[in-house]
Ligand binder design. Structure first.
Ligand SMILES: O=P(O)(O)OC[C@H]1O[C@H](OP(=O)(O)OP(=O)(O)O)[C@H](O)[C@@H]1O
Ligand SMILES: Nc1nc2[nH]cnc2c(=O)[nH]1
Length: 190
């Protein structure tokens, strides 16, 4: 399972962003181009491992969470809410600061209210900086997080989510070094 994802990940080029070994892959970068059959394979897999019935909206983060989250939204008919990188100044907008292994910035949540039940879908979890900030903000807002899914995982950042009471489901865990990408684990194959 997830053969297209695994095979393409193993061949991902790795560049330096500062000291950070950054892999380049269609799902996490849209580069070189995104194979819709790979997105379909991923979306199907996610629907097998998460209970989507009670979800009010699928929540993703601009930008590269969008392709997979949108595929899920189309397949399920559940609305898609995108956490953006620019403000909209709408009533109730929530700002949070995001940091990754190579960038810092602000994120803005609109369209969610207390009691909303969401699943968070993103493309990559690495330091966990993005999802930790988002989960903390959602808890303050009183939004109910039913599941957290990341297509690709690297490093140990996900462990800090455990401390927030969240067990992210990571479809494929990888190791990244200057030499390239290695597959460590596939979710459900434990
Ligand atoms: O676990 P972390 O260290 O936070 O890294 C994971 C985040 O990195 C990427 O976001 P980025 O801000 O690079 O934006 P992009 O999706 O627009 O590429 C990715 O989409 C994740 O949200
Ligand atoms: N494409 C890509 N996105 C990331 N987000 C956090 N780390 C990475 C990485 O190494 N590659």
């Amino acid at each position: 399972m997830l053969e297209k994802l695994k095979t393409s990940l193993i061949n991902s080029p790795v560049i330096k962003r500062g000291e950070y070994n950054y892999f380049i892959h269609p799902i996490s970068d849209g580069v070189p181009s995104i194979d819709p059959h790979m997105v379909e394979e991923i979306a199907e897999y996610i629907l097998q491992i998460t209970d989507i019935k009670k979800v009010d909206t699928i929540l993703t983060i601009e930008a590269m969470g969008i392709p997979v989250a949108n595929a899920l939204s189309l397949k399920t008919g559940i609305p898609l809410t995108i956490v953006r990188k620019r403000p909209y100044f709408l009533e109730g907008e929530v700002e949070l600061s995001q940091s990754t292994g190579y960038s810092k910035g602000a994120l803005y949540i609109n369209g969610l209210k207390k009691g909303d039940r969401v699943i968070i879908v993103d493309d990559v979890i690495s330091t966990g900086g993005t999802l930790i900030a988002l989960v903390k903000a959602l808890k303050i807002m009183g939004v109910e997080i039913l599941d957290v899914i990341s297509v690709i995982g690297r490093g140990t950042g996900y462990l800090q989510l455990n401390e927030l009471g969240v067990e992210p489901k990571i479809l494929v865990t990888i190791d990244v070094s200057e030499k390239g990408v290695e597959i460590k684990n596939v979710f459900g194959n434990e």
